[in-house]
Design a binder for this molecule. Structure first.
Ligand SMILES: Nc1nc2c(c(=O)[nH]1)N[C@H]1C(S)=C(S)[C@@H](COP(=O)(O)OP(=O)(O)OC[C@H]3O[C@@H](n4cnc5c(=O)[nH]c(N)nc54)[C@H](O)[C@@H]3O)O[C@H]1N2
Ligand SMILES: Nc1nc2c(c(=O)[nH]1)N[C@H]1C(S)=C(S)[C@@H](COP(=O)(O)OP(=O)(O)OC[C@H]3O[C@@H](n4cnc5c(=O)[nH]c(N)nc54)[C@H](O)[C@@H]3O)O[C@H]1N2
Ligand code: SF4
Ligand code: SF4
Ligand SMILES: [Mo]
Length: 840
């Protein structure tokens, strides 16, 4: 910066250089949806090529010749036909403007923009971004350099996915339903939209308070329930659980984590006492061996994947386990391709080899596993039923490959297991993860640097939302609801009677929907979730939502769920609020306000405070997420009294400070400490540096030892039949995010892909005479939807894959909600039997 100032370069006008190649001879490539390249401005410095190859691990770019005529090319010719996935790393590192963003090119004037550092709102990697704001509009997003987790890197969503914030169809005013709710789903299918009228906040709040209070009075607190939001901040969600517990008076409170890593967390809590990832993001590069199972890491955690690729480049080994090809297969030393739902048999096969070949770690077992060699013997006995040949018969993975994986993982100097939705989203999900942990424990691949188990967390704040207590079974900081001493402590902090804090476990996400269907839950408050697309068994979800006496949906957009609401409340987005998210490696990071919310939209925490006040049970008088902010902004009926509330309430007027007091694992964190870089919990005291790696000094179980949980393989109850001969697998792709309420409102992301497709093996396609581009209907006895055929040898015979991002092809028409994992209550999102019908 100093040099730039000395040479007068602070003003962009002074930076204009003569072009290396005259405009008439320059090569311009504007075929990419996200960037353009002008060889006239290129000084052939190779920074973009290094960015693409060395930082992102993609190798898309090269120089097409040398000397004066040299230009950068993508792939063999142009960007559109190359394998460029639009991460924009090359643009960020281009020093001359030869590579520039297409987005808002004409509008942006960097002498007029202000920058705001914040956290990406999409996935749990938690990349730090710089938003460039001009005249109240976000016009650019850059990766923030020099701090973890991303050190400047981004994926296409974090860099080019911010236009949703200013989308014209944001919710801007409260809406009250005018038309009948019964029959909504049928009416929607026939093209009839529900009728709404705009209302003032006052009227909407009054209606909500009256209706929720009535249900509570007549049917009791457990007839009410809430879905929290992994898109919202810790501050929003902390107040949400406080609201559900102190205003509704129930523990019926859950969120998308139940559909996500609940199996992983259930198994981890039981085996090792903690459900969060053990390692820091850099360890993905450092560990000698990565065992990645049921996780499409390159598409779903793209920036974590840059560390994985760098590790591979440095000689580390990768074992991939996925029934379907994912981009990581190109980097894997071993690809295990089991039949869907057979992981327990596969892992028991690997354990069998580890034991038979004495690759286990005896001293670890003796000193760090509860029951020592006795427990080990029980696992040994169980695993003896799974010689590799037997595992092969169940999983279809060749026995030699099973042996090779066992030797590579157990024999590595350091190793990490990485587990995703393919393992968790099964009705035997908890057993899957138990088996994975058994393998890790007997190999002694945990409790040391660069060793452990990491479930890459999905949503931007899915980690934080349970950390701050949005769970039917634990209060903030993972303290069980039954813990009396903790409830006493919270009753004092929250200034409510001890007896009023619910002590019985509440209902989980799918159980709440089932209870709504049965009529025992009557009122539901959904803050930032879209269950019509994401809960299993869509027809059942629709029925349950229609049956509710009263439903409030608080979102930033109209969604597939809002048509079922009685009141829709407009919320501020991540870019319009202050707060914190917790990322995948337990890093508590800042979220900062960049622009104002549209219309009358309010921050989620403000809305919760206003509803609580209107219901006569204020949550407290908060000045904001943290102290250094501006003056308090209250609205709603009792605005004046709230603003003038005195000492007792204003003593706890900062939401984050209250979170730190309620949540022991975050007790030492405050906004000042995380101003520059996030801190990884546990961080119990203000002088504690945070904890990059868990379990270095023992496990989080009461005796500090881990537990083996030997489990047998149980075949799925959902099976193929003559009528339903295919198994449908569902999941994600890079460019879209969940129900796409955010991602599909960005043109660059739509330009990459904007439609559903179904992957089918070439032999199956041939047998059914299907060609690429044909329309097919997928059906079973629960429902049906249509998609477009894409033939691929990346899926096995008899298995299909459809992404769940496109609401016109709702995959959850076919998934089950009646059979859940007995421990985690997870639904089998990855395994539904179905048939195919070709459409004309
Ligand atoms: N681009 C993008 N990124 C995202 C998201 C998004 O929507 N879009 N969502 C975020 C969220 S909330 C989450 S939870 C994460 C999820 O990230 P991932 O865990 O990667 O999720 P999925 O793509 O659903 O599933 C992962 C893989 O599991 C495989 N699988 C299916 N059945 C089995 C099986 O029986 N055994 C094994 N071993 N594997 C199986 C699938 O083929 C798939 O490749 O991604 C996060 N990141
Ligand atoms: N078949 C199938 N189903 C699945 C999965 C699968 O792999 N296959 N995956 C499951 C998994 S892992 C997950 S995590 C779930 C995700 O399930 P959901 O959480 O229901 O999905 P999202 O689309 O992320 O919903 C978030 C909602 O919050 C809104 N929103 C965004 N920002 C804000 C904000 O600041 N405030 C408020 N109030 N609202 C906001 C968005 O517009 C959106 O409507 O889906 C699950 N369902
Ligand atoms: S946008 Fe990303 S993938 Fe594409 S060329 Fe640039 S660095 Fe490579
Ligand atoms: S990897 Fe995740 S957090 Fe990072 S930019 Fe992409 S979506 Fe955002
Ligand atoms: Mo998730």
């Amino acid at each position: 910066m100093e040099l730039a100032a000395r040479y007068g370069l602070s003003n962009p006008e002074h930076r204009r250089l003569p072009k290396r190649i005259p405009p008439e001879k320059a090569r311009i490539d504007d075929t990419s949806p996200v960037l353009t390249y002008d060889s006239g401005k290129c000084i052939t410095c190779f920074r973009c090529i290094k960015a693409c190859t060395e930082i992102q691990g993609k190798g898309v770019l090269s120089m097409n010749s040398r000397g004066d005529t040299a230009t950068v090319i993508a792939g063999f010719y142009n960007w559109k036909e190359s394998e460029c996935d639009g991460c924009g790393e090359c643009v960020q590192l281009c020093p001359t403007g030869a590579l520039v963003e297409r987005l808002h090119r004409e509008e942006i004037n960097i002498t007029r923009t202000e920058t705001v550092k914040t956290t990406c709102p999409y996935c749990g990697v938690g990349c730090q971004i710089t938003l460039h704001v001009q005249d109240g509009k976000i016009l650019r997003s850059d990766g923030f350099e020099g701090v973890l987790p991303n050190d400047g890197r981004l994926c296409v969503k974090g860099r080019f996915g911010y236009d949703f914030v200013g989308a014209p169809d944001r919710l801007t005013r409260p809406l009250i339903r005018v038309s009948e709710k019964k029959g909504t789903f049928k009416a929607l299918a026939e093209g009839r939209e529900p009728q709404w009228r705009e209302a003032s906040w006052e009227e909407a709040l009054e209606l909500i308070a009256r209706r929720f209070s009535k249900i509570k009075e007549e049917k009791g607190p457990d007839a009410l329930a809430g879905y929290a939001s992994a898109k919202g901040t810790n501050e929003d969600n902390y107040l949400f659980q406080k609201f559900i517990r102190t205003v509704f008076g129930t523990n019926n409170l859950d969120y998308c984590t139940r559909l996500c890593h609940s199996s992983t967390v259930t198994a981890m809590l039981k085996s090792i006492g903690d459900g969060a990832g053990t390692n820091s993001i850099e360890d993905f590069e450092k560990t000698a061996c990565l065992f990645i199972t049921g996780n499409n890491i390159i598409e779903t955690h793209p920036v974590t994947a840059t560390y994985v690729k760098a590790g591979k480049q440095a000689g580390n080994k990768i074992i991939l386990c996925d029934p379907r090809w994912t981009p990581l297969a190109d980097y894997a030393d071993i690809w295990l391709q089991p039949k869907i739902g057979t992981d327990v048999a596969l892992l028991n096969g690997i354990i069998n080899v580890i034991i038979k070949e004495e690759l286990y770690d005896r001293s670890f077992i003796e000193s760090k596993i509860s029951g020592g060699m006795e427990s080990f013997k029980a696992l040994k006995k169980l695993a003896s039923a799974y010689p590799p040949e037997k595992a092969e018969a169940i999983t279809s993975v060749p026995s030699e490959t099973i042996q090779a994986a066992a030797r590579l993982y157990a024999g590595a100097e350091t190793a990490m297991v990485v587990t995703g939705m393919g393992m968790s989203q099964q009705t035997h999900g908890t057993d899957n993860v138990f088996s994975l942990i058994n393998m890790m424990l007997i190999s002694g691949q945990v409790g040391r640097q660069a060793c452990g188990i990491d479930p890459p967390r999905g949503q931007n704040n899915v980690q934080g939302v349970t950390d701050v207590g949005c769970s039917p079974i634990v209060y903030p900081g993972y303290i069980p609801v039954a813990d009396q001493a903790n409830r006493r402590r919270l009753a004092e902090l929250w200034q409510v009677p001890f007896e009023s804090l619910p002590a019985e476990p509440g209902l989980t996400t799918i159980e709440i929907m089932n209870a709504a269907g049965e009529g025992s839950v009557k009122g539901l408050y959904i803050m930032g979730e879209n269950p019509m697309i994401t809960d299993p068994n869509q027809n059942h979800t629709a029925e349950a939502l229609e049956k509710l006496d009263f439903l409030v949906v608080q979102d930033i957009f109209p969604t597939d769920t809002t048509p079922f609401a009685d009141v829709i409340l407009p919320a501020a987005s991540f870019a319009e609020t202050e707060g914190t998210f917790v990322n995948s490696d337990r890093r508590v990071q800042r979220v900062r306000k960049a622009v104002d919310p549209p219309g009358e939209a309010k921050e989620d925490w403000q809305i919760l405070c206003a509803v609580a006040e209107t219901m006569g049970r204020p949550l407290g008088s908060y000045s904001g997420p943290s102290e250094p902010l501006g003056p308090s902004e209250h609205f709603g009926p009792s605005a004046t009294s709230a603003a003038s509330t005195t000492s007792a309430a204003s003593a706890a007027s900062n939401i984050f400070d209250e979170i730190a007091r309620a949540t022991p694992i975050m007790a030492g964190i405050n906004y000042q400490r995380i101003e520059e870089e996030g801190i990884q919990w546990p961080c119990p005291t203000p002088d504690h540096p945070g904890t990059p790696t868990l379990f270095l000094e023992g496990f989080s179980t009461p005796d500090g030892k881990a537990r083996l949980n030997p489990v047998h393989y149980l075949p799925e109850t959902e099976r193929t039949s003559a009528q339903d001969p295919f198994i449908l697998n569902t999941g994600r792709l890079l460019y879209h995010y969940h129900t796409s309420t955010m991602s599909r409102r960005n043109k660059p992301l739509r330009d990459f892909i904007d439609h559903s497709y179904m992957l089918i093996h070439p032999d199956d396609a041939a047998a059914l005479q299907l060609s690429n581009g044909d329309q097919v209907r997928l059906e079973n006895n629960r429902g049906a939807f249509s998609s477009t055929v894409r033939i691929s040898s990346g899926v096995s015979r008899g298995e299909l894959f459809v992404p769940f991002h496109f609401n016109e092809s709702p995959v959850n028409q076919l998934t089950r909600s009646d059979t859940l994992d007995p421990y985690s209550k997870m639904a089998g999102f990855k395994l539904s039997a179905c048939r195919l019908v070709k459409e004309d």
